[in-house]
Design a protein around this ligand. Sequence first.
Ligand code: SF4
Length: 408
Amino acid sequence: MSHSLDVLQSRIEGGGRVSADEALFLYRFAPTWWLGRMADLIRRRKHPEGIVTYIIDRNVNYTNVCVARCNFCAFYRPVGHHQGYVLSFDEIFRKIDETIALGGVQLLMQGGHNPDLPLDWYEDLFRAVKSRYPSFKLHALSPPEVVHLSRMSKLSPPEVIARLVAAGLDSIPGGGAEILVDRVRKLLNCYGKATADEWLDVMRHAHRAGLRTTATMMYGTVETDEERLEHMLRLRALQDETGGFTAFITWSYQPEHTERGGTEATGIEYLRTLAVARIVLDNFDNLQASWVTQGGQVGQLSLAFGANDMGSVMIEENVVRAAGAEYCMDEVEIVRNVEDAGFVAKRRSMHYEVLGDPMFRERDLPRQLELATARAAGDTSVPAELVNYPARSAAAKRQRAQPPSPVA
Ligand code: SF4
């Protein structure tokens, strides 16, 4: 592989595209400062006004019960496990109330593949949310969750998406992509939950149905450099086709408490991956800094390596927290990091429309960290409304068959 940095620099400066081979050369051999310079140049071309955005929303994991059993995941509990939970509608409403009190505009809702939550549970929940909070947005259900619902309901993914949209779904988060190469997915035990093609197809159908979505990449497990780039190139091709992705977010695998174990990629590897993503994904407008996994300081540095967005300010991210990522920043902290890096901080919607200046400068707000509550481990209460849906798993059927415990 012999390429010249000068040739690639003039191509990138002229707005040209890099090939798979050239991207691999850059990822492996370009100096880190050079990658940062090119990524920053593209970021400035796409966002010349020097604004860095973020969204006030809340990450809610509605259930941790999951049949997929990905071996990089520290969050899930098998069906029937004593620490399995499902949030009640009332708990979700309470979280929305708190989010709105902090100026939040949407819920990012993702969860395990729970066989006892049928499609109509999601439809009832979305309808209930929309009737209580008509302008509040639901950014929910990553492609593998859509595939799971499609299998359970025996409806095609486009039919599932249409039903969810009719119930109130606004957009789809790009989770569950890991690496979009089936060799890797088999090794991570996530091929069964969705193949690379299935993930991309859900996004294709969602975009065709008029939804905007994000795209993610989790690197640092078993994949090769070529496979990371194949992932990016598959996203680039779909974006050429549909234009439906709003943003790309990459983070490193968080190994703590997972079946797979291993070590976490370094900060430099993160910055190089982010910068190469900015160069390769020339048809993506927005790149998020993943400060939840990288910490505020590397998150801030990301702004010099192609990122133009700080993601969500309100953290209730049980999946990465369960695997050891514990960074937490509220709006005050995000804005401090953005401004200290020389940018103007603005609040945005999921569609990246600027909504305004930092909320805490407009009105008095409680510090968000006080409200960002992870569910206490071991709380396994079963929400009352679950009896409205037939039990499907053997564990849930057994539990339903038990007589109610006597009231003291
Ligand atoms: S990553 Fe998601 S699908 Fe995989 S085991 Fe964890 S909760 Fe289940």
